[in-house]
Design a protein around this ligand. Sequence first.
Ligand SMILES: Nc1ncnc2c1ncn2[C@@H]1O[C@H](COP(=O)(O)OP(=O)(O)O)[C@@H](O)[C@H]1O
Ligand SMILES: [Mg+2]
Length: 317
Amino acid sequence: MGKIHVIHENAAWLEPLAAALDRQGLAWADWFLDHGAFDLSRPPPEGVFYNRMSASSHTRDHRYAAELTAAVLAWLTGHGRRVVNGPRALDLEISKARQYAALEAAGIRTPRSVLVAGRERLLPAAREHFASEPVILKPNRGGKGLGVRLFRTETALATYVEGAEYEPPVDGLQLLQQYVRAPAPFITRAEFVGGRFLYAVEVDTSDGFELCPADVCAVDDAFCPAGEQPRAKFTIVDDIDPGLKDRYQALLATNDIEVAGIEFIRDAQGVAYTYDVNTNTNYNPEAEARAGRSAMDALARFLGGELAGVPRRQAAE
Ligand SMILES: Nc1ncnc2c1ncn2[C@@H]1O[C@H](COP(=O)(O)OP(=O)(O)O)[C@@H](O)[C@H]1O
Ligand SMILES: [Mg+2]
């Protein structure tokens, strides 16, 4: 039997997947990809590869893990290896600008965004494109909501951009973005496994923009007035708008993405804006327990099926 090779750079985020793969008795190997030496003149290992490289890898001191992964994925695909979430998924994972181009090409509305290279260009660009509107500033290569900031006035933006707190973006690129005002403070993240919709999770945004659904980053249930049922930070819903779901699935098929969490927000008129495509995804265990769902089990089943489908010659190791 061959193996499922899981490419990643965050051991904590691997644990739930590792447990699900083990529960199903699947043969798998942990491929922690940050440093290494690879003989590109030789064939890569056999088996199925699942790429979970994260856009936020640089925040864990793995500055070049995404670049290394891009090179390794090219080597794997060049040899015809089955890669789940291959090079194109990584391309989108590490660039919101590329995500938005792909989303718009698939007929999916994104918030109005201005790509800015150069700290000194931020204020003039905000003035020109957003005038006195509130604006979101976010890194092109993001993750976990880090560095995503809302500025309600030009002065607030100027104070940040010119101040000591300013954080330069890791790839030199930032986005100034239309602030989508949701009537209720939540966003929706739709989860896909094997390119098909699985469920969606509504995430309470009252506490801010860092919305990682992983166990390790989940925040306690939100405050609620006495006597009312507390609304958890993460709540699973079984379905989303069918038109949006179809467009998401078409987007994933076009871009060779099989595992993803896609985030959208609705404004007061009910218009959905899609602003984040995560190809490295974790699921919220409490919300899943309440809903009796397990996306990790679905993912492990999918990977096991892919491994079983690999020709014997390739799967043998
Ligand atoms: N244009 C926007 N309008 C309103 N809220 C936004 C917008 N963009 C991001 N946010 C909020 O910030 C969070 C993090 O932004 P996101 O683009 O998903 O960055 P990351 O890739 O780091 O997760 C979102 O989940 C949402 O709550
Ligand atoms: Mg996000």
